[in-house]
Ligand binder design. Structure first.
Ligand code: GDD
Length: 353
């Protein structure tokens, strides 16, 4: 069993007391604590238990990282089945036998302690944590088709840890493991009752959540970066400028409203597509214009245009916002839709997870 720790001194005694009470056959399991530089005396607490059976401590000196810690533990493990569990007792040790049973009997490769299947539950978590956790699992669902992809309590065959991507990091090693299996793993969800910790505090930060989101996007086949988003914004602004200028010119030259609107949209879309193709997404090697891609670009653009109209109508007619003000949130929403469309649909970057 691998237990990653970062300032969990108050949880070591109760955790090991409850694990000892499980009455697992002598020598059938070891507990490897992987500590990432705790400064509250966690390593010393673990050392007090080192003589009481198969309890080991690994002290990492690298930058703290949950996934890397778990992989370090898996590398040092001697058993064939690995269980990962939080140190804070939010995962009931008593549910360990039920979790490992499907791996031990050979029927499955990965068993996930799941809060979101019938029989599973979450107790004591503030509402915003419940929502965040649900949202995280829901976003991952299309990728790995399980209900609780953000669970930190799971068991798997040890050799699978070698399949996890080099660049994997952050909180969600389970997702990495499932993605590395490319849909071929036999996965089962075992209901668990998750209880919020009593001692210490969660280490989940905004930066962990952002890393998770970015990782989800990468695993889904797209990449998001600040530099790319900036270039996209510049290309978009230039497109808006061309659109407005041409629209004015066509109107003043006597073209009808619909013609001016459609023509300026197509010219601006072509300019913006070329800029995004060459500059924002660096696809120089593939030639200048690719029709199927341009078609997808127009589809995204048209969808965004419709959405912009909807947002505008809602803000202006529903919320009585002045149109000159309403255009800004409308443009923002449109830009977000176009950017996601480009990343995942028009220019998805295929890469190894
Ligand atoms: N070694 C190491 N390095 N351990 C860490 C690090 C790190 O950088 N960050 C956190 N941990 C340890 C904690 O000490 C604890 O044992 C466990 O990882 C979970 O961390 P928490 O910060 O307590 O997580 P949580 O309670 O908010 O729960 C969330 O993350 C869990 C971890 O996977 C939830 O999303 C849970 O669903 C999930 O199980």
């Amino acid at each position: 069993m691998i237990v990653p720790t970062l300032n969990e001194a108050g949880n070591i005694d109760p955790l090991l007391t409850r694990l000892s009470a499980l009455d697992l056959p002598e020598g059938s399991f070891e507990v490897i604590f992987v500590d990432d530089g705790s400064c509250d005396g966690t390593p010393e607490k673990v050392r007090e238990w080192e003589n009481c059976g198969n309890i080991r401590l690994i002290e990492r000196r690298e930058k703290p990282d949950l996934t890397r810690s778990i992989l370090a533990g898996a590398g040092a493990a001697r058993g064939d089945v690995i269980v990962v569990m939080d140190a804070d007792l939010s995962h009931p040790p008593e549910q360990l036998p039920a979790l490992i049973a499907p791996i031990l009997d050979g029927s499955h490769d990965v068993a996930v302690g799941s809060r979101y299947v019938p029989g599973g539950s979450t107790e004591g978590w503030p509402l915003h944590r419940q929502w965040l956790s649900r949202l995280g699992s829901w976003l991952a669902r299309p990728l790995c088709d399980i209900n609780d992809a953000t669970s930190g309590f799971f068991a798997f065959r040890r050799e699978l840890s070698g399949t996890v991507a080099e660049r994997a990091g952050g909180y969600k090693i389970l997702l990495e493991l499932l993605m590395a299996g490319q849909g071929k793993l036999r996965v089962v969800e075992v209901p668990i009752c998750f209880r919020d910790r009593i001692h210490g505090a969660s280490k989940l930060s905004f930066s962990h959540q952002w890393t998770y989101l970015r990782r989800l996007m990468t695993l889904a086949g797209g990449t998001v970066s600040v530099g790319r988003a900036g270039r996209f914004a510049a290309a978009g602004l230039f497109g808006v400028f061309v659109d407005a200028l041409l629209f004015q010119w066509l109107l003043s030259s006597g073209a009808g409203l619909a013609l001016a609107h459609i023509l300026s949209f197509f010219v601006a879309a072509s300019v913006s597509y070329s800029l995004n193709f060459k500059w924002s997404f660096h696809l120089n090697h593939e030639g200048y214009l690719r029709w199927p891609q341009f078609g997808r670009f127009l589809t995204v653009g048209l969808f965004a245009l419709l959405m912009r109209g909807g947002v505008l109508a809602l803000l202006v007619h529903g919320w009585h916002m002045p149109p000159l003000l309403a255009i800004f949130p409308a443009i923002g929403a449109t830009a977000a839709v176009i950017y996601m469309g480009l990343v995942f649909y028009v220019f998805p970057v295929k890469q190894n997870p």
